[in-house]
Design a protein around this ligand. Structure first.
Ligand SMILES: Nc1ncnc2c1ncn2[C@@H]1O[C@H](COP(=O)(O)OP(=O)(O)OP(=O)(O)O)[C@@H](O)[C@H]1O
Ligand SMILES: [Mg+2]
Length: 317
């Protein structure tokens, strides 16, 4: 089982068309055809969107993404247009709303891994490969890889896990040129970000990027009539959110110890509590997870702020 414990009703704003309620973000289209991305305070764990929100999480992750987009702008252009609140939007959207160029998204999730864990570890234990890439013997959960690798995945339907694919399969889906650019950009951005995080005592174990093409011709934000070809070869933009705890594995460097699951920078309190007897919940059951206690919520909110402050080197306000 997985999914929403309960799915929130979208907020209606005149002039905005609601497109999608994601696990964490709500998407709208404005009258100019641009995408309005609103990060909520929802949090997911063990494949569930929990019934309890983490106050401030949406703002912290939005500001962190924006900080990274800026820092990476010389490596790759991005989809951010503005952070101005749409007219008539609720005041509490402030700080967690991003107006983005509406792109034709590349149908491959671009993952970079510098460390072995998660689905990479599962494949490694079976085949000594990750996404078909051969790796040396002797690696374990949390091991640093000899060099960062590009491990593309295809997006699954809500509630399912993304499926890892080989580079060759990704290239079949998006074309050889695009695949090469995705790999090159993904690894360049990962390397830069990993250095930044490392200086601040945080290991960026892996991260997922999404890219999209500026649609040429047609105008407006809706999909053109041109089918699914990826056009505008020169206009590949970094989209979605970047290098947040929701799209990345951040590990506290001082607790890194290969051979076991690493503590998660942001969700450890939540996971520990959910799997403790105190929660009364069995994550392998069909039951949805319970509400989080106030203390777990507070400590988790503080962790997101700590991640922001450590990474950016600026105080959260
Ligand atoms: N600039 C953009 N133009 C068009 N679509 C975009 C852009 N940036 C991000 N997206 C898409 O917007 C969606 C963001 O939604 P969100 O991440 O909240 O939910 P999701 O990815 O559908 O599901 P999940 O809850 O599993 O993450 C994704 O489908 C993403 O590919
Ligand atoms: Mg997503």
């Amino acid at each position: 089982m997985s999914g929403f414990v309960w799915k929130p009703e979208p907020v209606q704003v005149p002039g905005l068309v609601h497109l999608h309620t994601g696990k964490v973000r709500d998407l709208y289209r404005n009258e100019a055809g641009d995408l309005v991305m609103v990060a909520s305070d929802r949090i997911s764990a063990y494949d569930w969107v929990l019934p309890t929100e983490i106050p401030g999480k949406g703002r912290v992750l939005t500001q962190l993404s924006l900080w990274w987009f800026d820092l990476l702008a010389d490596l790759v252009p991005n989809h951010v247009l503005s952070t101005e609140l749409p007219e008539g939007a609720p005041a509490d959207w402030e700080g967690r709303t991003t107006i983005c160029r509406s792109l034709r998204m590349v149908p491959v999730e671009c993952v970079a891994r510098g460390y072995l864990t998660g689905s990479g570890l599962t494949e490694y234990e079976r085949d000594r490969t990750v996404c078909g890439l051969a790796l040396p013997e002797g690696l374990t959960d949390g091991s640093e890889l000899p060099a960062p690798i590009f491990t593309p995945a295809t997006k699954a339907a809500v509630g399912d896990h993304d499926e890892n694919v080989s580079y060759e399969e990704a290239a079949r889906r998006v074309g050889a040129d695009t695949a090469a650019r995705l790999r090159q950009t993904t690894l360049a951005v990962y390397s830069r970000a990993r250095e930044v995080a490392r200086e601040r005592g945080i290991i960026l174990a892996d991260t997922k990027f999404e890219f999209g093409f500026v649609e040429t011709g047609g105008g407006g934000g809706s999909a053109g009539e041109g089918g699914n070809e990826l056009v505008g070869d020169r206009d590949l933009l970094l989209a979605d959110e970047v290098l947040t705890p929701d799209s990345s594995r951040f590990w506290p460097a001082d607790q890194w110890e290969p051979g076991r699951a690493q503590p998660s920078f942001d969700k450890q309190f939540v996971r520990d509590w959910l799997t403790s007897p105190a929660s009364g919940w069995d994550r392998h059951s069909e039951q949805p997870p319970p509400e989080l206690p106030a203390e777990i919520v507070e400590r988790t909110a503080a962790k997101y702020i700590e991640a922001y402050e450590r990474l950016t080197g600026t105080a959260w306000s």
